[in-house]
Design a protein around this ligand. Structure first.
Ligand code: B3K
Ligand code: ZN
Length: 866
């Protein structure tokens, strides 16, 4: 901490899980009367409040930047001396146990650059309240365990805001004087204020309907700008598929008469599950072949499902406090992952999800911001919407589902929903429901919620010829993390199979429970040493060290019947070669080439699986495998291996590339898989150094009838130096300059590129006329992507760090939440050499020295220096 004492940033207050106390006052009902205007919106709130328990504490209504213009208790206007403002909150001492409180405030949506609370985006007015944005709209106990019934009346100029939407069901509307109109909505389901939403604007609707399993008709609406209406079909299909899936798989039915989704251009993250009125970042709603890649289509499907599933896992059963965030997020990610798997390929979805987990969550665990799935403390809750809460949280649910089996898991989830419907629950409530409903003891498993860090598991297989047995010895360990120097052994479910190399078969999948620090499992009936396939399906989120030979990995890469394990074997072959090359050791590249040839030419395999399996591990993932990350050596080794794979197998890449050219666009799994493989083949073909490579890539770029192929070709060209590169970037820009979501791709592709001047190019793009800090998507497309480009971001000059730090400082003044998300890459300094580490720390100190720095960025930067 010595480093930060010389800076201007004061340490924000720490909120602790152990300090939880039930709310002093409840608010069973609230009425909001909102007179909307982009410059000045007036909010008149009426709260019925009831004292909770026997105490004489004052009523405390959170507020952030609000000034009460009027405060009334039971109809009587209070004098200024009868209330106080404390840390933004309105404090009133009340004589009896139930009262009616009225407040009047004015706020300016236009001046709201934080995009929290009520703000303006592209001519619309919309809200974002999770986690603590409602206090920027009106005075209220802004905590998730205060559940209220809402009645919302909005009034606005009819020409500018013809559509007025809020949570629940519409109950009335009409015209007013002066060209204004009003609409009223009520939501019968009590909800925490973080789920409140309203939208006003000139919106067109893709209207549809869904018949629930009990025969109720729900009116569905996806609201967008008129010009975007044709791009909403995929989102609507995803919504209807999700509704049917949640009925079929979890027995959960939708509960209101309407379900609306609105797309907005300026949004701090992906989307928001407000009751009956989801608000989305437009990138997760709008999709057509010309502008969206297959990954974008999958993103739309997955996020629409995720937000819809929150209606039960999050809204009907919500969180008691923000330490329980993974209760809704981990579970809902698990649900959306399984939905997407059911809609497409289980094998490929699992590989993609693990890739994301390793890239984002494993990195988090290795750094100073490592925290448990259920954190013990925070300064700013917005900083805890992390891969640990979301993706590792989902892995916890997945492990429970695996240990229980489908039927008992369903019994557990039924019990959870039935028991806690209408309540604000805890992670412990979920685990208890799984224990009771599923009939399992999860005592030791609870460490997964408590302990930060990724367990490491060593596996060693030995054979005893005399008894014809094999023994698998497993050993687990966990690195200390901030505040947790010593870790308890975890309960780790490992799906395992033992292959007979002669028959290429195994005798079945075993679910081994590793519960001790060291543990052995013995299997009878083996006359020879079998080949170990372990952590099949990535049954546990651990780092495995099975130290298997190249021969064993080669065998598994060809014969493992678990697709994830097969993928993993090929990846491990590549990692071994690349890490060896970085260390200057002799490496067995032939084994990698053989495995790739074998996989790429196997006619039985799903092309989407092949594309995943033959893809080289990312530079960041390779860095994670090293004691100290050497970005330049990793880059050089990976490029060299890619060249070699490209050149040695060039005819295969040409063949795949030609063969997978489609006539006409389709979104079928087969067509998506073919595009994915085609793009991988193109990348290897270019890497081969073939003289016609850039021309082939340019031709794909030029002729593609879809964004998946066009953007991939652009990205491949952007990595090199060629006339085709400059031409393609120009054409792309001119063709899509009017489409913000596609222009994001133009920025992102350049920020991710391996062009030698990427750092300077990113700096230049930051000054481009289309770059703006006001739009979070644009910031993420340029600077977010750049921090993911290990080689460029960690350029030895330190210029990459400077660029990002300057962006954080400038953005923090506008939008702290999005600024804070850019800090963690600078916090990974311990993983790099002294020179880089010193430069990263210097930038963190530079950030902390900024006057008026937000709590969001202060927390991230302070912790990153520790
Ligand atoms: N619950 C929101 C995330 C809110 C983030 C607030 N900083 C979206 C989601 O996870 O579904
Ligand atoms: Zn969520």
């Amino acid at each position: 901490m010595a480093d930060i004492q010389s800076t201007g940033a004061a340490a924000p207050i720490v909120i602790r899980r152990s300090d939880y106390r039930a709310p002093d006052w409840l608010v069973p009902d609230i009425t909001l009367d909102v007179s909307l205007d982009v410059l000045l919106t007036r909010i008149h709130a009426t709260l019925s409040v009831t004292r909770n328990g026997n105490h004489d504490r004052a009523l405390r209504l959170d507020g952030d930047g609000l000034v009460p213009l009027e405060v009334r208790v039971d109809g009587r206007a209070l004098d200024a001396g009868e209330w106080t403002i404390d840390g933004g909150a309105l404090v009133i001492t009340l004589p009896t146990d139930t009262h009616r409180i009225e407040t009047l405030v004015e706020i300016s949506p236009q001046a709201n650059s934080k995009l929290m609370g009520l703000y303006a985006s592209g001519g619309l007015l919309c809200t974002q309240c999770e986690a603590q944005g409602f206090r920027r709209i009106t005075f209220f106990p802004d905590r998730p365990d205060v559940l209220s019934r809402y009645r919302v009346r909005m009034a606005a100029d009819k020409a500018t805001y013809p559509i007025l939407l809020a949570n629940g069901d519409p109950v009335g509307q009409g015209d007013l004087e002066g060209g204004r109109h009003w609409a009223e909505w009520t939501d019968p389901f009590p909800k925490p204020c973080y789920l409140f939403a309203l939208v006003a604007g000139d919106l067109a609707c893709n209207a549809d309907s869904f018949m629930t399993m009990s025969g109720r008709e729900v009116a569905l609406g996806i609201w967008v700008k008129e010009a975007d209406l044709l791009r909403t079909a995929h989102a609507m299909k995803a919504l209807k598929d999700s509704m049917a899936w949640d009925e079929r798989v979890y027995g959960r039915e939708y509960d209101l008469d309407v379900f609306n989704i609105v797309a907005v251009a300026d949004f701090n993250f992906g989307a928001m599950e407000n009751k009956g009125l989801n608000i989305f970042n437009s990138r997760y709603i709008l999709a057509d072949p010309e502008t969206a890649t297959d990954i974008d289509y999958d993103g739309v499907e997955g996020v629409v499902a995720h937000e819809y599933f929150h209606n039960w896992s999050g809204n009907r059963v919500t969180c008691r406090d923000w330490f329980q965030l993974s209760l809704k997020e981990g579970f809902t990610v698990f649900r959306d992952q399984n939905f997407s798997a059911d809609m497409g390929s289980h094998a490929v979805k699992r590989i993609e999800d693990v890739r994301i987990l390793r890239a984002a969550q494993f990195q988090e665990d290795q750094g100073p911001l490592a925290h448990p799935v259920r954190p013990e403390s925070y300064m700013e809750i917005s900083n805890f919407y992390t891969a640990t809460i979301y993706n590792k949280g989902a892995e916890l649910i997945r492990m429970m589902a695996l240990m229980l089996g489908a039927e008992r898991f369903r019994a557990g989830s039924d019990l959870y929903f039935d028991r806690h419907d209408g309540e604000a629950a805890t992670c412990e409530d979920f685990v208890l429901a799984m224990e009771e409903g599923g009939g399992i003891d999860l005592t030791q498993f609870r460490h997964w919620y408590e302990q930060a860090g990724t367990p490491r598991v060593k596996a060693l297989l030995s054979h005893d010829a005399a008894s014809a047995t094999v023994t698998l010895t497993l050993e687990q360990s966990m690195q200390p993390t901030a505040g947790q120097p010593v870790k308890q052994p975890m309960a780790i479910p490992l799906r395992t199979a033992l292959f007979d190399p002669a028959t290429q078969a195994h005798q079945g999948d075993h679910l081994l429970m590793l519960t001790q620090e060291q543990q052995s499992f013995t299997f009878a009936g083996f006359t020879n040493l079998p080949i170990l396939s372990i952590n099949r399906g990535f049954s546990a989120p651990v780092i495995l060290d099975a130290n298997r030979s190249q021969a064993d990995l080669t065998f598994l890469s060809a014969h493992d019947d678990d697709p994830f394990a097969r993928y993993e074997a090929i990846q491990q072959l590549m990692v071994n070669v690349l890490i060896g090359a970085v260390a200057g050791q002799p490496t067995d590249e032939d084994a990698v080439i053989a495995a790739i040839r074998n996989t790429a030419t196997d006619p039985v395999l799903d092309p989407a699986f092949v594309a995943e399996a033959i893809r080289l591990p990312s530079e960041a993932y390779l860095g994670d495998q090293m004691g100290q990350v050497d970005p330049d050596a990793i880059h050089a080794a990976r490029e060299a291996l890619q060249r070699r794979i490209g050149a040695d197998l060039e005819p295969i890449w040409r063949d795949i590339h030609d063969r997978t050219e489609a006539n006409g666009f389709s979104l079928s799994s087969a067509a998506k898989g073919a595009r994915k493989l085609r793009n991988s083949a193109l990348a290897y073909l270019i890497a081969s150094g073939a003289s016609d490579g850039p021309a082939i890539a340019f031709s794909q770029f030029d002729r593609a009838d879809n964004m998946t192929e066009r953007q991939a070709a652009l990205a491949i060209l952007a990595n090199g130096i060629s006339d085709e590169r400059e031409a393609a970037l120009d054409i792309f820009y001119n063709r899509y300059a009017a489409d913000p979501l596609v222009l994001d791709k133009w920025f992102q592709t350049q920020a991710l590129s391996f062009h030698p001047d990427t750092v300077a190019l990113v700096e230049e793009l930051g000054r481009h006329k289309d770059f703006t800090l006001a739009n979070p998507n644009r910031v993420r497309a340029l600077y977010g992507a750049f921090t993911a480009n290990q080689w460029a971001f960690h350029h030895s000059s330190g210029e990459g760090y400077r660029l990002v730090a300057d962006c954080i400082i400038a953005l923090d003044a506008l939008n702290p939440q999005t600024a804070a998300r850019l800090v963690p890459p600078l916090g990974r300094w311990k993983r790099f050499d002294e020179d880089r580490a010193a430069k990263m720390r210097a930038e963190l100190q530079h950030i902390l020295a900024t006057t008026g720095l937000s709590r969001d960025v202060t927390e991230q930067a302070m912790k990153s220096l520790e």
